[in-house]
Design a protein around this ligand. Structure first.
Ligand code: PLP
Length: 353
């Protein structure tokens, strides 16, 4: 009997940056911690202590870090940690927290997400002001947390100054700022800044630090930049079913990821391939980019028949059916040949269309 799993498709997908595999360095790290026995749950685990000091060095502060299985878990636990059930998180309508977590935040925190329409995926402080009419009014939920994504779901970026402005605004209004950093490495690389410059020095309170979309097999980290906010979080994580017993397999990946700038090398490639793709698509007559390419996502508008024909060879998502907008994500392992192959096929189909 043939026990081999089916082979991956020959052509790379532009569907999402988690369709790619795992960085070879991460595979080596996983293999390295696979021998012998090791403390479970991270308890008294020297690897955990090593990872904690690496995160503290990276973020230039005595942050508290907790490893979890996935990005939804990191977001939901971050939010539930900071909110009582009668408080609310304010986020762009397009936030993963709101649109792609299957109601997990509402179920787990028992509270409400208040959404704001942000056409470019970015929340501005002026948009938060209307929610303050509810403060102190016992019939309304009380806004307590702002959540933004960096990079955003629309592929755009907040500058450190914009993050800082939101953090100052949150704190001035007795609120917290959470950042969904599923693609934070792409953002930091594109902006040419460090994680500390983007997160610690801007005043962010809690960060969902992603890795899966940039070469890890699985695992994300919740980073509390203000350690006092992490009080009781270990119980919250357990209740939230995100406490990994064989935690060393997550920790070892993050150590490798942060050491020697693997995060940067991977993100640099994904971002560069998105720039190349964006340039190639713009050269095709009749094809139009619908958003600026700021990190590793490219958004384009093309005829419907071209989309369906292209999807026969390459998998990618239609972002907006109404205007035939598609989203093309590049990964750490996307190559120049992958991009050129896609652009060539797009050109051939456009000429036929
Ligand atoms: C902006 C954003 N946040 C978080 C996530 C994490 O999701 P998951 O729970 O699939 O790891 C994703 C993945 O699509 C994402 O795009």
């Amino acid at each position: 009997m043939d026990n081999t799993a089916s082979k991956p498709a020959e052509r790379k997908s532009f569907a999402s940056d988690n369709w790619s595999g795992v960085s070879p360095e991460i595979m080596t790290a996983l293999q390295a911690v696979n021998s012998g026995h090791h403390p479970a749950y991270g308890e008294n685990d020297p690897l955990l202590a090593q990872a904690e000091s690496l995160f503290q060095k990276t973020f230039e502060t005595a942050c508290k870090v907790f490893f979890v299985y996935n990005g939804t878990g990191a977001n939901v636990l971050s939010v539930s940690q900071l909110l009582k059930s009668w408080q609310a998180v304010v986020a762009p309508h397009s936030a993963h927290l709101n649109e792609d977590e299957g109601g997990a935040p509402e179920k787990f925190m028992g509270g409400k997400i208040l959404t704001v329409d942000c056409p470019d995926g970015k929340l501005r402080k002026e948009q938060l002001i209307p929610f303050f009419n509810s403060i102190g009014f016992q019939h309304h939920v009380q806004p307590k947390l702002i959540s933004i994504s960096q990079a955003t779901e629309m592929g755009t970026l907040y500058s450190p100054e914009e993050i800082s402005e939101l953090a100052q605004f949150a704190h001035a209004n007795d609120m917290y700022l959470h950042v969904d950093g599923a693609r934070i490495a792409n953002a930091a690389t594109a902006l040419g800044c460090s994680f500390a410059e983007m997160i610690t020095h801007t005043g962010v309170d809690v960060l969902s630090f992603g890795g899966t979309k940039n070469g890890l097999m699985f695992g994300e980290a919740v980073v509390f930049l203000k350690p006092e906010l992490a009080d009781g979080f270990k119980y919250n994580r357990k209740q939230g079913m995100q406490l990994a017993s064989k935690q060393r397999f997550i920790i070892a990946q993050f150590i490798t990821y942060l050491q020697n700038d693997l995060w940067r090398r991977n993100a640099e490639n994904a971002n560069a391939m998105a720039q190349l793709l964006s340039q190639k698509l713009q050269e095709i007559e009749g094809m139009r980019l619908s958003r600026p390419t700021e990190a590793n996502g490219v958004f384009a508008i093309m005829p419907k028949d071209v989309i369906s024909a292209l999807q026969e060879s390459y998998f990618f998502h239609v972002w907006n059916e109404a205007n035939n907008e598609v989203r093309l994500m590049c990964s750490f392992d996307t190559t120049k040949e992958d991009v050129e192959g896609f652009a060539k096929e797009a050109l051939r189909l456009m000429k036929k269309s």
